[in-house]
Each structure stands twice: as C-alpha cells, then as structure tokens.
Design a protein around this ligand. Structure first.
Ligand SMILES: C[S@@+](CC[C@H](N)C(=O)[O-])C[C@H]1O[C@@H](n2cnc3c(N)ncnc32)[C@H](O)[C@@H]1O
Length: 249
C-alpha cells in the first residue's frame, strides 16, 4: 500500500521502525541536518517557536531547555502527536494535530518557524508557505529542511540492495510525486528542484538568507568511514528565510 504524509507515520510498524532508526548513533538527522538547522536558527533564547511537522516534539523540548519563550508543534500524525505530547509534558510546550495543508495561523505571532523534513510530503507548498509568512513577526525567521532534491529524484533501482553505492538522478526538472520504499513501507515524496524551493519561498514574500546542503563536518561523526560516505552525496537541503520589516518591502 502506498501511503502519504502523516498516514505513513500512523502505520504502527513504520512508526516503530522510524523511531528505532532515530535512536541509532550518527543518524543523518543528528550528524548533518540538525547542526545546520540549529546554526541557522541561532540562539532559541527568548524566541516564540512554531514547529511544523514536529514529529515526536523532542526538538521542542531542546528549544525550551535552551530558554525559548514558547513552543507550539504541529503534526498531522496521531502517533507523532501522542509522542510529542508525552515528550513535552511538564514543559510549557504544546503539540497540536493538524495537516499543514489546513493551517490557518494567527498573524505576526512567531519569531521563529521551523519545518524539519516535512515539506517534501506536501504537494503544493503555496498555502503552507503563505501561512508561514503570515504567522511570522516582522524580521522573524523561517528555517526548513527537506530531503535533498538529488535524493528525491534518484531512482529506486539504485537503492535496491544493501548499502547504496550509486544514485541515479533522473527527471530532475519534473517536479511531482515520486513513490519510494522507505522504513518498510511505500511513501509518496514530492520532488522539487532546488530552484523550485527557492522560488516558492520568495513567492511567499520571504527573503532567502541562506541555502545549505548539510556539508558533513568531521567533528559531528564518531565513525570516519561514515563521514567519508556522507561526503559522496548531499542528503538535505536547508533554507533560512526572513520576513521583511515593513521598510524593507
Ligand atoms: C521525517 S518526520 C520529521 C519529524 C521532525 N520534524 C524531525 O525532524 O524529527 C516528518 C513528519 O512530518 C509529518 N507530516 C508529513 N506530512 C504532513 C502534513 N501534510 N501535515 C502535517 N504533518 C505532516 C509526519 O507526520 C512526520 O511526523
């Protein structure tokens, strides 16, 4: 069965696999994606956070532990929201179940919006990005990560057995859904070229400040061989964009 977005994470076996995978040492999330997201967001102290596709909410626990003023996580998966509510219990953080396609956010409420590894599940980013721009305070910052477009456009045949040794990128400029086998299931991820993400963020009225590809840093890895492997191909694209102040507009 091919699953989409939050429904994928609401399959019990897939959810279990995903959570176990995230506990491993040197995951790509911990070694590559998170360090860049944190660098681009800057100090969380005193910031009001909205976290889209918040998953199990552990990012929120970390942000609040570093003096973020507030944290609201939104996710479409029942399993994820249950885990997020558990993880956030005893903190000031809140987790709410909602699909990003249905967002209707309060204007000028947040100084930081994050969306880590969720936007490649969304078919049309227009509504979500407009809501992000609306919900940011002036000068507020939006940081998101997605699976890198060379990964969402590389074919499944090159992934079939064991540790992947080659990545065949094809139909790169054809944005659209691609079905992939992952975590023991089949899931739809929406491929876009790097320039499509860049243009979509600008079209929402945000100013792109940084574009990063999570270049591996030796100090983030306990294993030299894995560090060398991670230098072969980019796994993540990360963009930071700011809501202009009125005088910038
Ligand atoms: C790869 S996980 C990332 C979780 C978390 N941001 C992290 O980095 O640990 C993707 C998350 O996006 C959520 N998601 C996917 N599509 C969504 C949608 N259309 N609306 C809301 N959440 C969605 C999933 O339920 C899942 O929790």
């Amino acid at each position: 069965m091919i699953l989409e977005g939050p429904n994928f994470y609401d399959d019990a076996a897939i959810f279990d696999n995903y959570m176990k995978r995230r506990e491993r040492a040197d995951t790509p999330n911990d070694t590559l994606e998170l360090p860049i997201v944190e660098e681009l967001l800057g100090s969380p102290a005193g910031q009001d956070f909205l976290d889209l596709g918040c998953g199990d909410g552990r990012f929120g626990v970390k942000l609040l532990g570093r003096e973020a003023s507030s944290y609201i996580g939104v996710d479409g998966s029942e399993n994820m929201i249950r885990a997020a509510q558990e993880n956030l219990s005893g903190t000031a953080g809140i987790a709410m179940r909602m699909k990003l396609e249905a967002l209707d956010l309060q204007a000028a409420k947040y100084s930081r919006v994050s969306a880590r590894l969720v936007l490649h599940y969304i078919e049309d980013l227009t509504h979500t990005l407009r809501e992000v721009a609306k919900s940011l305070k002036q000068n507020g910052l939006f940081v998101f990560s997605v699976e890198h477009p060379v990964i969402t456009s590389s074919d499944l045949a090159s992934k079939e057995s064991g540790l992947r040794q080659n990545w065949t990128v094809d139909d790169y400029f054809n944005a659209g859904p691609r079905v992939t086998s992952w975590m023991g299931g089949s899931v739809v991820k929406h491929h876009r070229a790097v320039e499509d993400y860049f243009a979509a963020v600008r079209a929402a009225g945000l100013q792109v400040e940084s574009l990063r590809e999570a270049r591996p840093r030796r100090e983030n890895f306990s294993d030299e061989a894995l560090f060398l492997r991670r230098k072969r191909i980019p796994l993540f694209l990360i963009i930071a964009a700011r809501k202009p102040t009125r005088t910038d507009a």
